[in-house]
Design a binder for this molecule. Structure first.
Ligand code: HEM
Length: 116
């Protein structure tokens, strides 16, 4: 069970890298368009996060349900902000919307890290 847990946590961190890395490259090149790394990163985050949220017998401290709820809401909001422009086939988003995506991804990672 421990190895499965570690693989899931690893995939969860790669999912964050996909979202934030994809966002950062686009933002720094001033192209406010969602990209495939961001799109699939949200799917990886939601799937691995929900599985990781299950009570695992080998975990010493179970994650706080309130923290998980907040993360779920933020992750769904982030997925909506990333998938809607893609599904509506928008060439690019407004700068404000794009900064919001990066900020929300950073805030969600902050909640994961600092809410102990
Ligand atoms: C964009 C959305 C998300 C981001 C950026 C994110 C980020 C992170 C990060 C950086 C960690 C590692 C924290 C650490 O080890 O100190 C983490 C862990 C975790 N996340 Fe997420 N997460 C997201 C979505 C979710 C969702 C939707 C859930 C489930 C409701 C979730 C559940 C968990 C759990 C249970 C852990 C602890 C893993 C462990 O200790 O093995 N995450 N998350």
């Amino acid at each position: 069970m421990e190895i499965l847990h570690l693989i899931l946590r690893y995939a969860h961190l790669l999912g964050f890298a996909m979202i934030f890395g994809g966002w950062l490259v686009a933002y720094l090149s001033r192209r406010y368009t969602v990209n495939v790394a961001m799109l699939w990163g949200t799917v990886v985050q939601l799937v691995t996060g929900i599985i990781l949220a299950a009570p695992l017998p080998d975990r010493e401290v179970q994650p706080d349900p309130a923290k998980l709820g907040v993360k779920l809401v933020l992750a769904v909001l982030l997925a909506v902000m990333i998938w809607i422009p893609h599904l509506k086939k928008r060439e690019s988003s407004s700068k404000g919307h794009f900064i919001g995506i990066g900020a929300l991804a950073a805030i969600t990672a902050g909640v994961a890290t600092f809410w102990t």
